[in-house]
Ligand binder design. Structure first.
Ligand code: SAM
Length: 178
């Protein structure tokens, strides 16, 4: 039996809630959380909450902090709404007020942090949130080579990481190193 599930977004429901990532994307994020010893996660663009549910569960076991932003919570799955609404804000992630508030919030959270850009315009979000990165924080953008390519990332104010375990994903990754 052949399947294209491994390369399809929205094909897996890690905790019973639809997620826009492929399983390779999810595997890469699990790897980043682990090797980066990530303590705080910000997700821009939550939608149904498939990734949010998984990250909140990760936090339950590890103590990692999760916060999600979405311009509308209309698509949020009922179970995520019931369990996780305290960690998910209805906000326009592109507004200067949101970016400024998140910068203040992030400063107060344990490092290192992972920021996941998966809203309506990933290159825009990557540029908006890269200046918030502290030393050792990680920034990833979804739908790389799907919705945008390297030409959209040439002036990113952070170092792009090229790694073989990112090759088959739809993720681009940046870090600030010392
Ligand atoms: C691809 S979905 C996110 C999927 C989710 N990360 C997951 O893994 O299941 C994109 C989401 O970005 C949200 N979005 C679009 N523009 C936005 C903005 N300006 N601020 C915040 N969220 C936005 C949409 O409402 C939509 O729910």
């Amino acid at each position: 039996m052949t399947s294209t599930l491994w390369q399809r977004t929205g094909g897996i429901w890690p905790l019973g809630v639809s997620c826009s990532l492929t399983w390779l994307d999810l595997g890469a994020i699990a790897h980043i959380l682990q090797v980066g010893r990530i303590q705080t996660v910000l997700e821009v663009g939550v939608e149904h909450g498939g990734l949010a549910a998984w990250l909140r569960s990760y936090g339950l076991y590890t103590g990692a902090v999760y916060r999600g932003l979405d311009i509308t919570l209309n698509a949020l799955h009922t179970v995520v709404r019931d369990r996780d609404i305290s960690a998910i804000d209805q906000r326009d992630a592109w507004s200067p007020a949101t970016v400024s508030e998140i910068a203040t919030w992030l400063d107060a959270q344990p490092a290192p942090a992972l920021i996941i850009c998966d809203g309506g315009d990933k290159p825009r979000e990557l540029h908006l949130y890269a200046p918030l990165l502290r030393m050792g924080d990680v920034l990833i953008g979804h739908d790389y080579h799907n919705e945008y390519g390297d030409d959209a990332l040439v002036d990113m104010p952070a170092e792009q990481v090229r790694a073989d375990w990112l090759d088959d994903t739809l993720l681009c990754m940046f870090v600030v190193r010392g």
